[in-house]
Design a protein around this ligand. Structure first.
Ligand code: ADP
Ligand code: MG
Length: 299
């Protein structure tokens, strides 16, 4: 199966004054044509940082191959390779532009013709919306505009970074179904970023679980949900089932305020199954279909 995205050994560092902080510590993942890979993990683990690196918005070390091109900054015509839907439909659309112009912008940048009417209809927007401004629309409608823009040039990959978490519950389901329907129709792959395990289980084929800037488990979604092998994945799934807000992860502390050991497994300070080896050596992802970075995985 051909890959639309291949990320290898991705490292991103942010500067905090004189110190630097590694938000991504060598992440490798890939997305196959037409599939949905969910990237999950607590707030602050580095999900948006990865999205920004793939979009050329964030300097990084390592390699990212997107639609056959090595990513090295923002490329002209990039919207033909990757679309993006951000979390906040209020901040991500320029308020001075009419909806029709917003949706057609990727086409004008690349001098491609976009048939506005059919595209809007596909995204559940009547053509009358074309003349409106974003502030005249609801959150759900704005997210439909963002989705229309993202798929306007039919890119093989669309990154969705928490696309429903700013929306009301009833609207969330509509947007999820729209994303699913569009995928069935146009065949795009999704990198679906979320901390909401219930929606992840609903939309994704495969899942990658991130903890403090590293992937700790990766595999087919149902296999991972039914038989999580990393203690962190199990903790996530268990806490999502018991949280008041069903499907949501518990509120996490800020990443830097957590104890991150300098050697050994990053999860060892929180792990119930920790042993001597976990404090000395960093485990790498091992396995065939379901891969886990743990010396003592759950069976
Ligand atoms: N522009 C930035 N400058 C400095 N630190 C940042 C910046 N963006 C994110 N971070 C830090 O990097 C870590 C990962 O952030 P982020 O990728 O936004 O996580 P997530 O999307 O999983 O919530 C966090 O600790 C966050 O505080
Ligand atoms: Mg984020």
């Amino acid at each position: 199966m051909s890959k639309v995205l291949e990320v290898r050994d991705l490292v991103v560092e942010y500067r905090h004054g004189r110190n630097s902080f590694r938000a991504l510590q060598g992440v490798s993942l890939s997305v196959n044509q037409g599939e949905t890979l969910a990237l999950v993990g607590e707030s602050g683990c580095g999900k948006t940082t990865l999205a920004k690196a793939v979009l050329g918005l964030q300097p990084f070390a390592g390699s990212i191959i997107l639609d056959g091109h090595e990513v090295d900054g923002v490329r002209l015509g990039q919207a033909s390779s990757v679309g993006v839907v951000w979390q906040d439909p209020y901040a991500s659309l320029d308020p001075r532009w009419r909806v029709g112009d917003l949706i057609q912008e990727p086409g004008s940048v690349t001098q491609q013709n976009i048939e506005l009417g059919p595209l809007m209809q596909k995204c559940g927007l009547g053509e009358a919306f074309a003349k409106r401004y974003p502030h005249q629309m609801s959150g759900g409608q704005r997210q439909r505009v963002a989705i229309a823009r993202a798929i306007a040039l039919q890119p093989p990959l669309v990154i969705c970074d928490e696309p429903t978490s700013a929306l009301d519950l009833s609207v969330q389901a509509q947007i999820l179904n729209l994303l699913k329907d569009l995928q069935a129709e146009v065949g795009c792959a999704y990198l679906y970023i979320s901390h909401d395990l219930a929606t992840v289980r609903y939309v994704s084929d495969r899942i990658a679980v991130m903890y403090l800037g590293k992937i700790v488990e990766e595999g087919p979604t149902e296999a991972v949900f039914q038989n999580p092998r990393h203690p962190y994945t199990k903790l996530l799934i268990d806490s999502a089932l018991t949280a008041d807000n069903i499907g949501q992860l518990p509120e996490a502390e800020d990443q830097e305020s957590r104890i991150v050991p300098e050697v050994g497994c990053p999860f060892s300070p929180r792990c119930m199954k920790v042993q001597a080896e976990c404090l000395k050596t960093l485990p790498t992802l091992e396995g065939e279909k379901q891969r886990v970075a743990c010396f003592y995985p759950l069976s």
